[in-house]
Design a protein around this ligand. Structure first.
Ligand SMILES: Nc1ncnc2c1ncn2[C@@H]1O[C@H](COP(=O)(O)OP(=O)(O)OP(=O)(O)O)[C@@H](O)[C@H]1O
Ligand SMILES: [Mg+2]
Length: 1012
């Protein structure tokens, strides 16, 4: 049967049974065992298949006691308390060096990272938290005799979570790195991993850049030995190391500083003598110094001076690394994981071991105070019946070391600051005096005083009886390490370099910030930071992981009972089990308890009006837990077994789920109702609109149909009416026709006898007339006025009518012809008509003149510039212009003359000069005589009263006689409007009568002209 997982259930409870249980469990690879909620972890020194993702799932939200003890269970419990109960948590991992603390802390972190939710930001935070480990280990861990990967610094990792339990960021605090390891470490141990990793894993190019050689044996700080570790691949570790949050430039700077440290180890000082004969030191390896200075950008002379005049010491500090900048204003919960260097006892223990063990002593004190002392005191305080359990309280040891007045650290500080000769001897003497009777302090002197013979305690040492064993400390180097002073010229030399990182490491080297105040000692600083840490841890809910180292040889699955027993004893596990057994697993103030669980009873839910204590009582009564499980203190309720608590928690969860369901139900109901009401309202509105719309449509359709029906009906009615009216009309028309026929018939009958005589003749006439007229219309002669043809009358009796029609037609033709004449043509024709009236059948020349058109203007007065003057005389009154010949009355000779006839004058002009020779007013012409023949003679008879008349008549010959005489006559007629004012006489032949043409000469003498 598997031994109990919780040692509280161990029966019988003895050291042997406890040891056996652990051993048996260990043999079966169950390395974890509980004491209540404290986990005991025994280092298996080999990897076990119990950290798989499946295991993580198994322990996720598990019941702490329902599953096998595991480190994941405590991690889960802490995480859930943090998330659900809002309590900051800390996980304290204790145990001696090599017991598995660092591994345990990594397991806790990886579990928390695995169970909290995922997301880009969260993953980044988780990555940073997990990946910070390899870097920290590279720079802070080293192989010691006790542990191949021993932490040489304390590490406290605070992870911050938001209210949902998602990590927001973290703060890692480092405590006092064992810096002396850099310059010195014992055989079989190693320097910090980073040096070996850098040399083994750095590429050739990187090493060249850092001016390093790959061979470890070259470097003094690495003890000039090649020290690879079995199971630790330095090269792979270096390559795998993800330096989170650093830029490539920062990583290079970091490695450069690392390389400089390594190389400084090779700078040897050699003794020499100055010219004065004084002893001095000088650099034995100028090449190395040169390279260092090249790396950090410093003048070699400066460094040489600084090195040769002082010695180098490491400095002590607390480094604070912020992984991500915390965001203010958010409610945060914190889970701290403390992994500190374990308690260690070496052959030769120095200042570092003293500090390390002091720190472990403090952690043990926390454990004792919180789980043993404080718990028991609380029972008493709360009035719970309690039988005290004896335990060893290590406060006395803590006090021995840290008492601010007379503690070892205070003494050390005092010695360091004291003027005068200061060395370890005076310090030891002081301690011997102070603690001569102290139970936990021993030295050669106190032993001698007590007459104890002990060869194991050398004179330079003191021994402290720690909780975990007696440790002998060699005081050599205590004062120097505690002072931890870096001489100013050295830090100034470092500050003077051009290497930013290096400068930032030596701010005190800034000559402008020179402080005369001594820096606090290493011991003082450490004590202060441990005090802060303790305060921090006290403020949180502690969860313990107590690591046990099963053997000294780091052998897998080897269990050395003596070694484990010693650890069981000094860890106080027996006392722990006892207190746990008698005590109560859980306690809480009444109000917060009631607040958390009041929903489990109808009497306390939702409101309890009485006192919190009463409320708690009522609540637990209702839940019917066995009375021995509960105890009611003054201010707190105590629950004995975790099972009861888990039961309570389980019920609460169920109830919360129920309540949540109720809330959900109510809310969903409300939401559905509101939504339904909203939908209903909307539906009503929609249907109202829809119905309205539908009715409107229907109405429109009905209206349309009604209109169509109406239209049809009206159309039908109208048609019917129309038909009626039409038929009336037809009837009427028929009646009228019948009546007309009837009346006609009657009239015809009455008048028949009258019609019969002459009716046929009239009818025939009528018909013939019609035929004649129709035939005429079809057979009209051409419209030319010259055409005087006309069809003959077909019947004799139509001859008169035909003659009449002919003349009408001819007159009508002439009228048409006249209407289409132009005014000029009309005037011309009138002139021609005038000519015919004057000369037709009277003068032979007339028939010839018929062919000639009357041009009137034969001279071209307008075109010819010669006649301009004449034109001016005639102006627009010109009727005719022509050339005539004037017959000289005296000799009968003819002279050419230009004749212009205007509406008022007759002008005769000389053709050459175109000058008017004579102007006759038309009124002066009394008559004109022409012959009967076809000559062109013309005699102008002037009135005797006229001016021209005195000269006698004119005898002219014209080529256009007819035209000239006609125009003259017509003009005279038109202007004078006196008919017969001028006579035209056509003279017969001389023989024929008395009418001989007479032409008056000058002085009214008559001249007779014989015309043949
Ligand atoms: N749970 C484990 N499973 C397998 N091996 C383990 C486990 N815990 C520890 N080890 C082994 O023990 C070695 C030492 O463990 P670890 O470095 O955690 O000790 P430590 O308590 O931190 O010591 P120190 O105080 O020196 O730092 C580890 O390197 C590992 O090989
Ligand atoms: Mg460790």
């Amino acid at each position: 049967m598997l031994p109990v997982g919780d040692l509280v259930l161990l029966d019988p409870l003895t050291e042997e049974s406890l040891l056996q249980t652990l051993q048996e469990r260990f043999r079966r690879s169950n390395i974890y065992t509980y004491i209540g909620n404290v986990v005991i972890s025994v280092n298996p020194y080999r990897s076990l298949p119990i950290y798989t993702p499946e295991t993580v799932q198994e322990y996720r939200n598990c019941n702490f006691f329902a599953v096998k003890p595991h480190i994941y269970a405590i991690a889960d419990d802490a995480y859930r308390s943090l998330r659900d109960r809002d309590r900051d948590q800390c996980i304290l991992i204790t145990g001696e060096s090599g017991a598995g603390k660092t591994e345990a802390s990594k397991l806790v972190m990886s579990y928390v990272a695995a169970v909290c939710s995922k997301g880009e930001e969260v993953d980044k935070v988780k990555e940073q938290l997990l990946q910070s480990n390899p870097v920290l280990e590279a720079f802070g861990n080293a192989k010691t005799i006790r542990n191949d990967n021993s932490s040489r610094f304390g590490k406290y990792m605070d992870v911050e979570f938001d209210f949902k339990g998602e990590p927001l960021g973290g703060v890692i605090s480092n405590y006092l790195l064992e810096k002396s390891r850099i310059v010195r470490h014992v055989k079989g141990e190693r320097n910090f991993h980073i040096f070996y990793q850098l040399l083994a894993g750095g590429s050739a190019q990187l090493l060249q850049q850092l001016k390093l050689r790959q061979d470890c044996r070259h470097y003094g700080y690495l003890n000039r030995e090649s020290s690879g570790l079995p199971g630790m691949d330095d090269a792979a570790n270096f390559r795998a190391m993800q330096v989170i949050g650093f830029s490539p430039a920062e990583v290079t700077a970091l490695l450069e500083v690392t390389a400089v440290v390594l190389k400084l180890g090779n700078v040897q000082l050699s003794s020499s003598y100055q010219a004065s004969g004084m002893e001095a030191s000088s650099i034995a390896e100028p090449q190395e110094l040169q390279e260092i200075c090249e790396l950090i950008g410093l003048d070699p002379a400066v460094l040489e001076r600084a090195l040769c005049s002082r010695t180098v010491k490491a400095r002590n500090e607390m480094v604070l690394t912020t992984l991500s900048v915390p965001q203010p204003g958010k409610q945060r919960k914190v889970m701290g994981v403390l992994d500190i260097y374990g308690f260690e006892i070496f052959q030769d223990n120095g200042f570092e071991q003293f500090i390390i063990n002091y720190c472990n002593e403090k952690l043990q004190q926390i454990f004792i105070l919180m789980t043993l002392k404080e718990e028991q005191e609380e029972y008493v305080r709360e009035g719970i019946q309690w039988t005290p359990v004896e335990f060893f309280d290590n406060s006395i040891i803590c006090n021995l070391i840290e008492n601010s007045k007379c503690g070892i650290l205070a003494m050390l500080d005092e010695e360091c600051l004291r003027p005068g000769v200061v060395n370890e001897d005076t310090f030891l003497t002081k301690l011997n005096q102070l603690f001569a009777t102290h139970k936990h302090y021993e030295s050669k002197e106190t032993q001698n005083a007590r007459r104890v013979m002990d060869a194991t305690l050398p004179s330079q040492c003191f021994r402290i009886h720690h909780y975990a064993g007696k440790v002998t400390y060699n005081v050599t180097g205590f004062i120097e390490k505690n002072n931890d002073l870096l001489f100013r010229d050295l830090s100034q030399a470092m500050w003077a370099s051009r290497h930013e990182l290096l400068r930032s490491l030596f701010p005190e080297g800034d000559p402008q910030k020179v402080s005369l105040k001594l820096p606090p000692t290493a011991g003082f600083q450490f004590k202060a930071s441990v005090a802060t840490l303790m305060k921090n841890l006290y403020s949180k809910n502690p969860n313990y992981i107590r690591c046990i180292k099963p053997n000294e040889t780091k052998t897998g699955m080897l269990f050395t009972p003596e070694l484990v027993l010693a650890q069981i004893r000094y860890l106080g596990l027996m006392e722990n089990v006892r207190v746990r057994r008698a005590g109560y697993a859980f306690r809480q103030l009444y109000d917060s308890f009631l607040q958390r669980y009041k929903m489990l009873s109808p009497r306390t839910w939702p409101h309890w009006t009485g006192s919190h204590r009463e409320g708690t009582k009522v609540l637990l009564e209702d839940l019917a837990f066995p009375p021995e499980e509960l105890a009611f203190g003054h201010t707190k309720i105590f629950i004995r077994s975790p099972r009861t608590l888990f039961d309570l928690e389980r019920r609460r969860q169920e109830r919360v789920a129920e309540l949540a369901t109720l809330i959900q139900k109510t809310f969903r109901g409300w939401r559905c109702r509101t939504q339904y009401q909203l939908m209903r309202k909307s539906q009503i509105i929609i249907s109202a609109w829809f119905r309205g719309h539908m009715q409107k449509n229907r109405y429109k359709q009905m209206k349309r149909s009604a209109l169509i029906i109406q239209a049809y009906a009206r159309g039908w009615k109208s048609r019917r009416l129309l038909r009626e009216l039409k038929s009336q009309c037809h009837r009427h028309a028929a009646a009228t026709t019948i009546a007309a026929y009837w009346r006609g018939y009657q009239v015809r009958r009455a008048y028949r006898r009258y019609f019969r005589s002459g009716a046929s003749t009239r009818l025939a006439n009528f018909i013939y007339q019609r035929l004649f007229l129709v035939g005429l219309a079809r057979n009209l002669p051409p419209l030319s006025v010259m055409d005087r043809t006309w069809p003959p009358a077909p019947y004799k009796f139509l001859a008169d009518a035909n003659q009449e029609l002919r003349s009408i037609f001819y007159r009508w033709k002439c009228k048409k012809y006249r209407e289409q004449l132009t005014p000029q043509r009309r005037a011309l024709l009138q002139t021609k008509l005038h000519a015919s009236e004057l000369f037709k059948d009277k003068k032979a020349l007339y028939s010839k003149s018929l062919q000639q058109p009357f041009q009137g203007e034969y001279l071209g007065l307008t075109q010819n510039p010669k006649y301009q003057k004449l034109h001016a005389v005639a102006k627009d009154k010109l009727v005719m212009a022509d050339t005539v010949r004037k017959v000289n009355k005296a000799n009968g000779k003819m002279v050419p003359r230009l004749l212009l006839l205007t509406t008022e004058h007759l002008v005769l002009a000389d053709p050459k000069a175109a000058q008017p020779k004579m102007v006759l007013s038309l009124g002066d012409i009394s008559s004109i005589s022409v012959t009967r023949f076809s000559d062109g003679f013309l005699a102008l008879h002037l009135k005797e009263t006229s001016t021209g008349g005195a000269k006698g008549d004119f005898l002219l010959i014209s080529d256009h006689l007819i035209e000239l005489v006609t125009r003259l006559h017509k003009t005279l007629m038109d202007t004078t409007a006196q008919k017969g004012a001028m006579t035209i006489t056509v003279v017969e032949s001389a023989k024929a009568g008395t009418n001989i043409p007479v032409c008056k000469k000058k002085g009214s003498h008559k001249m007779e002209i014989l015309v043949q």
